[in-house]
Design a protein around this ligand. Sequence first.
Ligand SMILES: [Zn+2]
Length: 148
Amino acid sequence: MSISYFVAALRCPVCGNVSPADTSTRMQTHLANDPELLAVGDGPDITMGSFQQSYLTAWLPDGKRFSILQRWHCPHCQSANWAEVTFDDWAIASIEDVKLTRATLDRMSFIDDEIYESYEAATGESKFLDGKRRPDYLERLRAHLAEA
Ligand SMILES: [Zn+2]
């Protein structure tokens, strides 16, 4: 699998600057077979399996509209932030910056594995339990987040 990038202008919740819609936000994804820049309106050649291989699955969508929680980095202040990438009928419908809250987390079908870093920061505990990644990380992270 190749490295592609989601690209979008995103407002940083830390410094307030708006990013350029290019790879400087470092929204890497392994979704596409060939390296691509993936912007709103694009419909890469992918299947539900592509999402399951590239992201942690929170819940499998039963329709064609669903969201990914994707990490991005602010090119101005370097803070690590979150974006919601929404697919509708296999095309990218929107890419928006979001706060990591319970409401946000509950909307996501697929989650960037960088979430483990937020997990450790929010809960103060290791992502590992008995040498394996915690199976209950989502519930435990959720309990530490603000409602909205
Ligand atoms: Zn910033």
